[in-house]
Ligand binder design. Structure first.
Ligand code: ZN
Length: 51
């Protein structure tokens, strides 16, 4: 799962080190700071991009 902003490039990827509560907190922070719309994506945006 991944959370992504519809208004800018902000996104949270499912990282093992990132706890679910932490993701929710950062999502709320981004929303309150920018008023942007954040959606939950079932899959990564760029699954084929190498790191
Ligand atoms: Zn945003």
């Amino acid at each position: 799962m991944q959370k992504r902003c519809l208004n800018c490039d902000w996104a949270i990827h499912s990282v093992e080190a990132t706890q679910r509560e932490e993701q929710s907190r950062e999502t709320i922070e981004h929303f309150t700071e920018t008023g942007h719309t954040i959606v939950t994506m079932p899959e990564p945006i760029n699954p084929g991009v190498p790191s």
